[in-house]
Design a protein around this ligand. Structure first.
Ligand SMILES: Nc1nc2c(c(=O)[nH]1)N[C@H]1C(S)=C(S)[C@@H](COP(=O)(O)O)O[C@H]1N2
Ligand SMILES: [Mo]
Length: 539
């Protein structure tokens, strides 16, 4: 009897492998839930967390071809972003659970003697170092617009808190699940139970822990829902085309493209603009300082590089701001400078040639159509680079770095380009593709309308074809926004007979170049060619 009791005690002290693994998995999973919820809380405060910056870090390694096909497969940019965040959360919970299981095995092996210094080393310090090194280039992200160095510090502190929370929860939860009730009144009862491993008290504790885990997960889910509503999914990819097209796009209809899951909402009191790199006098500017420069207002059309021939990722607005040149002149550009790297608070970057940066039409804009820049279009400050694709028009600008010729931006690193100058484009907005018309019901000529855009070269002429390009007719340009903006055109058409018609439009820029399909333009430098629609005319 005495021998049996002794052996029993020994077994009681060393828990079984299964118990160690299960308790570890469970504790790790619950700790992962707490950590993820903490990250969602940080996200609410505008702090960058792994949930989104891992995606930013990884996406520069995906070339445009695979990127587009991946995007197609998952059903668009929005779905790709959701997949990114979703798999990061799932991955975090899985790694948490596995980490917990390994921890469980260690505790079993060392018979409860894992000192805190070790768990802190493994579950706090190590992940922190991996995080800091692997994500270094994207740590300076802040959705409230903190300056880059401060943002990097805040991101690191936030992450440290999250992994520390993970470690404390894991250790506490594991102990809670597996602790021997030695010394308690239950001891004698327990020791004589046939299977000490999974006693009712463990069941009760697992239940308590599940309840806590579920409650936190519920809170996390509520946070996630809130964040989802604030996310860019509802407006990223907004297009402006068709019969609603007016000379100036209203701010709330302006096309929108963003790499972010949740866009910045910059607090202009914490925000500043840095000018550095190859300059004599690096400087920082507060928002109010910029109001001291003479403002310029300028109508400029923006178009995304991925805008299809029939698509609406193009819009036109009047931008007010100051020439970037004003700040570069004060900074004093050094020799060897060739490009300017523009960085947003979301860690989005792009570059432009120095000569382009020095053109007086390259603006730092703070107003759009007479209103402060809307948040989604870059409040408080964005770059306007006429004649270059939308990519270069960096929103939420916080840093201007004068660099040598080798600097590359976010999409450039992915492999977009090499040509970022907008080719001449035109689009038929009215009628819609595959409109059916009845000759008998036509009381007047059919009105055909659309836009034409020649980058920063302006538009001198628009022609329409009603016979798939065999013959061309002059369209009337009824609105010209100047050289940096689109022109709107219209024409009247009286179909002679019933049949299917292919309507084509082509524009000529103010330098005399006719819009055409550019054979030698790379596949990731924007689409070229003519927009075609079909109209069926019945008797
Ligand atoms: N900071 C920042 N700037 C950015 C982007 C971004 O994701 N972050 N997207 C770029 C892209 S791809 C385009 S087409 C334009 C779109 O500007 P809009 O949304 O104001 O129309 O912004 C550019 N500037
Ligand atoms: Mo874009």
């Amino acid at each position: 009897m005495l021998v049996a009791q002794k052996r029993q005690r020994k077994i009681g002290n060393v828990m079984s492998k299964t118990k160690a693994i299960l308790a570890g998995l469970f504790a790790g999973f619950v700790a992962g839930i707490l950590m993820t919820t903490a990250m969602l809380l940080l996200a609410m405060l505008g702090v960058a967390t792994p949930l989104v910056i891992i995606g930013d870090r990884l996406s520069v390694f995906i070339p445009p071809g695979p990127f587009l096909s991946l995007m197609g497969k998952v059903g668009g940019y929005n779905h790709l972003k959701q997949l990114g965040v979703g798999s990061t959360i799932a991955g975090q919970l899985a790694v948490g659970a596995i980490g917990g299981a390994i921890f469980g095995l260690f505790v079993r092996r060392t018979r409860n003697a894992v000192p805190a210094i070790w768990t802190i080393f493994i579950f706090v310090l190590l992940p922190f170092l991996v995080f800091a090194i692997a994500l270094w280039p994207v740590l300076g992200t802040s959705y409230i617009g903190l300056p880059i160095q401060v943002a990097r510090f805040v991101t690191l502190i936030g992450f440290a808190l999250c992994v520390f929370l993970f470690e404390r929860t894991l250790v506490t939860a594991f102990r809670f699940l597996t602790v021997q009730t030695a010394g308690s009144g239950r001891e004698t009862v327990q020791r004589h139970l046939p299977n000490e491993e999974f006693t009712p008290s463990i069941g009760r504790r697992a239940f308590v822990l599940s309840t806590i885990g579920l409650a936190v997960a519920g809170g996390g889910a509520a946070l996630a829902r809130k964040l989802y509503r604030a996310a860019t999914f509802s407006y990223d990819g907004t297009q402006y085309k068709g019969s609603i097209v007016k000379p100036i796009t209203p701010n709330d209809r302006f096309y929108c493209v963003t790499k972010n899951v949740i866009d910045p909402k910059v607090d202009s009191d914490v925000w500043h603009l840095e000018i550095d790199g190859l300059v004599q006098n690096p400087a920082t500017w507060r928002f109010q300082d910029l109001m001291g420069f003479k403002p310029t207002a300028q109508e400029t059309t923006l178009m995304c590089i991925s805008n299809g021939l029939d698509a609406g990722l193009i819009s036109n607005a009047v931008w007010k701001g100051l020439p970037l040149r004003d700040l570069l002149d004060q900074a004093g550009v050094l020799s060897g400078a060739a490009r300017v790297r523009l960085q947003g608070v979301d860690n989005y970057t792009d570059t432009i040639p120095l000569e382009k940066a020095m053109e007086l039409t390259t603006l730092l804009a703070y107003e759009m159509n007479g209103e402060p820049l809307p948040d989604r279009h870059g409040y408080p400050l964005r770059v306007i680079v006429p004649g270059y694709f939308g990519e270069k028009n960096v929103k939420w600008l916080t840093r201007v770095e004068v660099t040598d010729a080798s600097a590359k931006g976010f999409y450039e690193t992915q492999g977009w380009g090499p040509d970022f100058i907008v080719p001449t484009r035109s689009r038929i907005d009215v009628p819609e593709d595959w409109t059916f018309l009845s000759l008998g019901k036509l009381t007047a000529p059919v009105e055909v309308k659309g836009m034409a855009f020649g980058g920063d070269r302006g538009i001198s002429r628009v022609e329409l074809s009603f016979d798939d390009g065999k013959t061309w007719n002059e369209a009337e340009i009824y609105y010209s926004g100047g050289n940096l903006a689109w022109s709107l055109w219209k024409a009247h058409w009286t179909p002679a007979a019933a049949g299917d018609y292919a309507l084509l439009v082509r524009a000529t820029d103010a330098e005399g170049d006719v819009q055409e399909w550019e054979e030698d333009r790379g596949p990731f430098s924007g689409v070229t060619g003519l927009h075609r629609i079909n109209v069926r005319v019945t008797a």
